[in-house]
Design a protein around this ligand. Structure first.
Ligand code: SF4
Length: 243
């Protein structure tokens, strides 16, 4: 069978006209054999606590309000979180922290995110990630993030009211800039540096970039990233998006 070149794949993704079409393309993506194999293996073996559940085990599509002014950009699905439930940030400690905060600031209909049929509705927020397949050790390879990049780039174009991108963690921050470069943003040297709460305003039609720590357990359980801190980030995002 003839393999599609990266250029042909990219151009095909750039021609997708709806967010629904893009989500379907993500779900069927097989571009990274290492990640596809890992996600399937995790889904087959399962964690003991979820033995009775059917894991999603596929690339995880973005989720939320298609008219969102705020885009939350994470790193990648968790092996037993989104890779199990099939919805961004759903089913693990990071997601519990994030959705509870979104609910507190009025951007989510409920505080608890359990699975993709739990009735969660987001208002003015769309949730995505720079990698859409769970990576071993939570560490996607640069070439895997490069393959996922066209999805983000197209997503930026298909969110008609996008005003602010909140980057959750340094990797999401760095790859958001690469996405913006795809859209014609020219970065000087040095490149923008990650710092919690830093805001970068680009002007024109480009969204504002807001950096935040990632809500990983490593940050939330150590007190590095607390509930008042994420509330402050989200309040800032609302303000920047004129909500
Ligand atoms: S990480 Fe992205 S590009 Fe790679 S297989 Fe998953 S969805 Fe496709």
């Amino acid at each position: 069978m003839k393999t599609e070149s990266q250029a042909a794949r990219r151009s095909r993704i750039y021609r997708i006209r709806t967010l629904g079409g893009l989500r379907r393309e993500v779900e069927g993506c097989t571009a990274c054999p290492r990640l596809r194999e890992y996600c399937s293996e995790v889904a087959r073996k399962k964690r003991a606590a979820y033995r009775e559940q059917e894991y999603w085990g596929a690339p995880v599509p973005s989720f939320g309000d298609e008219n969102a002014r705020i885009l939350l950009m994470g790193l990648a699905p968790g092996a037993h979180g989104s890779n199990r439930t099939g919805r961004m940030f759903t089913g693990d400690a990071s997601g519990n922290f994030l959705y509870a905060a979104l609910h507190r600031v009025g951007l989510a209909s409920q505080a608890e995110a359990i699975d993709r049929n739990d009735g969660m509705r987001l208002r003015d927020v769309y949730i995505s990630a720079v990698g859409r397949c769970a990576p071993p050790g939570n560490k996607p390879l640069p070439q895997e993030l490069t393959r996922c990049l066209p999805f983000q780039a197209r997503e930026f174009s298909l969110l008609p009211r996008l005003k602010v991108v909140v980057c959750l963690g340094k990797i999401a921050f760095d790859w958001t800039w690469k996405t913006l470069e795809e859209h014609g943003v020219v970065l000087g040297s040095p490149r923008p540096r990650f710092a919690h709460n830093a805001v970068y305003t680009l002007g024109g039609a480009f969204p504002t970039v807001l950096a935040s720590y990632h809500p990983s357990q490593q940050n939330t359980q150590t007190g590095r990233f607390t509930a008042p801190m994420i509330d402050e980030v989200l309040a800032r995002a609302k303000e920047l998006a004129a909500l």
